[in-house]
Design a binder for this molecule. Structure first.
Ligand SMILES: Cc1cc2nc3c(=O)[nH]c(=O)nc-3n(C[C@H](O)[C@H](O)[C@H](O)COP(=O)(O)OP(=O)(O)OC[C@H]3O[C@@H](n4cnc5c(N)ncnc54)[C@H](O)[C@@H]3O)c2cc1C
Length: 390
């Protein structure tokens, strides 16, 4: 068993740390959060650095090697986890924006796109020219996502979409939305689902921003589809068999989210550690009090486990050995860890942790979504329990 990164993977991390240190410093992240402004400059800096091409094959303008083993620097799942961990370390909302584009514009199109879709979309993803979001959740179908009712009816040469989505994050700053809709009613709710890549500016689409506790830079939206006409070429994958594909995208999503949140949790931990080493009370730095140092020791332990799990899961994905339970375990642990670490970090900062001037409140707010979004912790436990034969 080899736990080391390759020299290329170490280089990937170093390059990203340097690039994002300049393009996405903490003050910039704070401003984007305060102003509810997408981190466009940081996204563009990653694009210019060629990082969106990491998972895209060279024939579409990317840098991924056709053999995506875990050799490093070739677009493997491990490389992708490093990219997302570093983005999350700089600013979680940047990581969210990047991962959605790579997952729903990159991975989904590579997996299920027609040659025409690949030729038209992948080069734009690789250049970081477009952003892609994901719309599955509806007001009456959250955890029970397959119960969705947004309907796409076939009409001369295309489809007409009617329905309502909620929590489509980044719809207002994306070019395409991977929209999951119902084209027919099968015996089971998972049947009759079709995936569409919809231009977010298509007439009939109405987007309303939702005010949220955290994740404010990109934010999330409610989207109304009123007689939205899309061509047949907007269908991604097979008509009526979209659920199987969604399931595959969600595994990929869980890797990206887990890596991003581990990066963000590491940033929160480092801030709290530094604070504990400099803040003095009762004539000594607070980190000298066992009550505080043990909290930091626990945070370090939880983060070490998160990172190990993220890269183990990435390795399993590269080997084609990852299971649904593995995906649920890593998502559950990293999400709960991020939430716990941010909470403990806030406590270590005392009253300053509660002030908007300090970054810990943002970690605290943002991390709250980690156990809710993309499948709640309860749903992950259900998946794990099913895997145990329960
Ligand atoms: C900020 C934000 C961003 C999001 N971004 C996106 C996005 O980009 N695209 C998208 O499509 N969706 C997105 N979502 C939606 C997100 O994935 C859902 O909120 C989540 O899956 C839970 O669904 P729900 O909110 O409807 O809760 P519900 O499903 O109503 O669940 C409510 C509670 O009941 C529990 N529960 C439900 N069913 C079970 C069960 N079987 N066993 C045990 N407990 C259960 C849940 O765990 C939860 O605690 C986002 C949500 C938020 C808040």
């Amino acid at each position: 068993m080899d736990y080391s990164f390759t020299p290329e993977q170490n280089q990937i991390r170093e390059h990203l740390r340097a690039l994002l240190g300049k393009a996405c410093p903490p003050e910039y992240a704070a401003k984007c959060d305060e102003g509810a402004r997408p981190p466009r400059e940081a996204y563009d800096a990653l694009a210019q650095g060629g990082w969106f091409g990491l998972i895209v094959p060279p024939e579409y303008g990317g840098s991924a090697a056709s053999n995506t083993g875990s050799g490093g620097g070739n677009g493997s799942a491990i490389d992708l986890a490093i990219l997302l961990e570093e983005c999350g370390y700089a600013f979680e909302e940047l990581a969210m924006w990047v991962f959605r584009t790579l997952t729903y514009g990159g991975y989904a199109v590579m997996r299920d796109g027609t040659p025409e879709q690949k030729a038209s979309i992948l080069p734009r993803v690789a250049r970081g020219e477009i952003a892609v979001c994901f719309g599955i959740t509806e007001p009456h179908s959250g955890s029970d996502a397959a119960a969705l009712t947004t309907r796409a009816a076939e009409r001369e040469g295309g489809y007409v979409i009617n329905g309502q989505k909620v929590f489509t994050s980044g719809m207002d700053c994306s070019d395409l939305c991977l929209l999951i809709a119902r084209t027919s009613s099968g015996e089971k709710k998972h049947e009759g689902i079709t995936n569409f890549l919809v231009d977010t500016r298509t007439p009939g689409i109405e987007i309303r921003k939702i005010k949220t506790l955290g994740q404010r830079a990109i934010g999330t939206t409610q989207v109304f589809y009123n007689d939205v006409q899309v061509p047949k070429t907007a269908v991604l994958g097979k008509v009526g068999q979209g659920w199987r594909a969604v399931d595959a995208y969600i595994w990929y999503e869980r890797l990206c989210l887990s890596a991003a949140r581990t990066g963000a949790a590491t940033a929160a931990f480092e801030y709290a550690l530094n604070y504990a080493k400099t803040r003095k009370q009762f004539g000594q730095t607070i980190g000298k009090f066992q009550a505080v140092s043990h909290q930091l020791a626990n945070m370090k332990m939880m983060l070490d486990i998160s990172r190990t799990m993220v890269y183990r899961f990435a390795w399993l994905m590269d080997q084609g050995k990852a299971t649904r339970q593995d995906a649920a375990v890593v998502k559950l642990h990293t999400g709960e860890t991020y939430k716990a670490v941010s909470d403990m970090g806030l406590q270590i900062l005392g009253g300053y942790g509660y002030c908007m001037e300090y970054p810990m409140q943002r970690f605290f707010r943002d991390s709250r979504l980690a156990t809710i979004g993309a499948g709640t912790s309860e749903i992950q436990r259900n998946i794990i329990a099913r895997g145990l034969g329960l």
